[in-house]
Design a protein around this ligand. Sequence first.
Ligand SMILES: Cc1ncc(COP(=O)(O)O)c(C=O)c1O
Length: 390
Amino acid sequence: MNPFAFRLQEQLHSIDRQALRRKIISVQPLAAGRIEVDGRQYLNLSGNDYLGLAGNVSLLEEFYASIADHKQALGSGASRLITGSRAIYSQLEQSLAQLYEKESALVFNSGWQLNSGVLPALLRKGDLVLADKLCHASLIDGLRLSDAKVIRYPHLDYERLEKLLQQHNDQPGLIFIVTESIFSMDGDCADLRLLTALRNKYGAVLYVDEAHAVGVRGAHGLGLAEEQAVLDQIDLLIGTFGKAYAGQGAFVVGSQMLCDFLINTARSFIFTTALPPINIAWLNFILPKIVAMREERLRLAKMAEQLRNKLCIFNIATGGASQIVPVLLGESALALAAVERLRDQGWWVHAIRPPTVPPNTARLRLSLSAAMQEEQLDGLAEQLAAVVQE
Ligand SMILES: Cc1ncc(COP(=O)(O)O)c(C=O)c1O
C-alpha cells in the first residue's frame, strides 16, 4: 500500500474505532413527511424540510405550470458579476428586502458559502468576534478564515457575553456578536432581545444566522427576530433556502452599503457560478406562500410541544424549544444502536455525533415537518423510551 493510501486507511480505521464513520444513504421522499429507503418506508424525523414543501406534489405541479410558458434554465452559465444574473435574481432580493424592511438583500449559493465568505470579508485585524460556542461549522470556518480575534462564549450564556463586552470595550477594532437564532443541533433559541440590547449598549455589530428559523418562526415566517420584534436591530440577518424553503441558497438582509460591500469583497459570492435560474424561480414562487403559512407554523410548533410532553411522560429528557427535538444519549455507539432499533420500527432517525456536536453529547435529533399529521407520531415516545432505557 502506498503512503497516501495507508494514511487514508489509518484515518478511516480511527473514525471506525470511535463509531464516527459517516455514509451516504439514498432516500426517496414521499408525501406526508415519509421517505423510502431500500424499498422500505419510514417517517422522516431527520430532515430540514420543516414546512413539508419539498414533497408537496400539488405545489410542485403548480410551480411547473407557472413556468410552462417560460422554461427556466437549469444552469446560470456564469457568476452573478459576469453574465449569471437575471431579472428574477434581483426580484427575489427586492422581495426579501421589502419583507424584512431592510434596504437591501443579497443571495448566495448556500448558507455555507454565505457564512464562510461574508465573515472573512467583514472582519479585519484588530476586530473581536464573540461567537456562541455552539455556532454552526460554516460560521466557525468563516471566522477561521478571518483576521479577527475570536472568543467563543458558553452556549447562550449572555452574562458571560456581557462580561467579555465590558472587558474588551476599549479595544481598537469593532466587536461583532455572532449567533444562530434556533441552534441546529440543540433546537434551542437565542434571546435576540437581550442580544440586541447588548449590541446597542456596547456598539457591537450583530450577526444572526436564522437558517433553522426562517419559514418557521414569526407571524410571516421571517424568523425568530420577527417573533421577538427585533428585526430593525440586527445588522446582518442570514436565512437559508435549503431547509423550510425547499430550495437552495441563502440570503443576507441589511443595509445597502453592506450588500454593496459584500458584492465587492465576499469571495464566495464573487468567484462562483450563480444559482440555477429554475431554483430562483421556485424561490420567487414560494416566498409569498411561505409568508402566508401561519397555520402550518402553528401546527408545527404544537406538534413539537406535544412530542416533548410525551417524551417527558416517558422520562426522556429533551432540549430546545422548536421543531428540532434533541434526545441526548452521550456515547456515539449508544446513539448508533438506538438509531438501528428505531429504524427497525419505521422511524427514520439519525445519530448526531462529534465533531458535529461536542464529545460525549451524541444524540438523536428529531426534526418535525408541517407535512406530518400528529397521529403519525403515535408510538414514537414509547418506542424511543423502550430503546434508550433498556
Ligand atoms: C445554522 C446553519 N447555518 C448555515 C448552514 C448551511 O446552510 P446550507 O445548507 O445552505 O449550506 C446550516 C446547515 O445546516 C446551518 O445549520
